[in-house]
Design a protein. Structure first.
Length: 277
């Protein structure tokens, strides 16, 4: 099998797509609509599968696969067709896929390669629902294309950030909406000092610990986006982002434009501050 593989449903099973994949030496596993010609190859398999399933005591579904060579009139050559026959209490269901992979177990090709395209549908759904990638309301096509590029960049940023989260935490499987609302859309006070920028989080922020982790992951996130391996920076060890207790920011008589003293004791107030170098 070649290094590049295209898998898609029957809408992409067009002669132009098949010819392009052959010319570019790209493997493909594409769904193909059931026709009378294709069903002739699996009539015996459907009957035997239905009979075996009816004889089972647990009444569970039974799946069997078969590979053969055939092709439509519009195709330039015959291809390998894999038929999946599944019999259950509600009847028999048969699906067909066409593939350029001429070796290998038909069941493994269907279940491990073709059925894996369902995860791609989840990625597209997250891209459209959580990042509004389907909003192409500009009058010009080039403007809509640029908006899609921005949405794609936002998708990869959040996906990379989620992959850097602890493996056993809920943030590793969080939806993009959760990451955006809990870690991006935050109300805080920004104080621009001479050597650093201080971010004052509200005292009621429940995600200050994970926000500290996000700040620690930012250098790795930038390196991953640029295709570089992050290198440890000795100077950053002393200027790591920190979350610690500071005096409340809304006390009576306080100057909102004046930065507070970060060396206050934990019992002195309810506010939290995050320092970013």
């Amino acid at each position: 099998m070649r290094s590049t593989l295209i898998r898609a449903d029957s809408h992409f099973c067009a002669p132009e797509v098949l010819d392009f994949c052959r010319a570019a030496r790209i493997d493909f596993v594409l769904g193909v609509a059931a026709t009378t010609t294709l069903r002739r190859h699996v009539l015996a398999l459907e009957e035997s599968t239905a009979a075996r399933q009816a004889a089972r005591s647990d009444n569970a579904k039974l799946r069997r696969c078969k590979a053969f060579f055939d092709g439509a009139r519009s195709w330039s050559r015959v291809e390998r067709i894999i038929a999946r026959v599944e019999a259950g209490p509600l009847g028999t269901d048969t699906r067909f896929v066409v593939t350029s992979i001429h070796t290998g177990d038909p069941r493994r090709i269907y279940e491990d390669l073709y059925c894996a395209r369902g995860q791609a549908e989840n990625h597209i759904k997250a891209w459209k629902r959580h990042l509004a990638a389907d909003r192409t309301s500009c009058m010009k096509a080039t403007a809509n294309q640029f908006r899609l590029m921005l949405h794609t960049g936002a998708y990869w940023t959040l996906r990379s950030l989620r992959s850097l989260m602890p493996k056993r935490s809920i943030w590793r499987v969080a939806q993009f909406d959760t990451l955006r609302l809990r870690l991006v859309r935050l109300a805080m006070r920004v104080v621009d000092l001479k050597t650093r920028v201080t971010l004052h989080l509200p005292a009621s922020c429940p995600d200050h610990a994970i926000f500290r982790l996000v700040l620690d992951c930012l250098p790795r996130l930038v390196c991953c986006a640029a295709g570089r391996v992050p290198q440890p920076n000795p100077s950053s060890q002393t200027a790591r982002p920190a979350i610690r207790t500071s005096p409340p920011t809304n006390r009576i008589g306080a100057d909102p434009a004046r930065p507070h003293n970060h060396a206050a004791s934990p019992a002195a107030g309810a506010g939290r501050s995050t320092q970013a170098p």
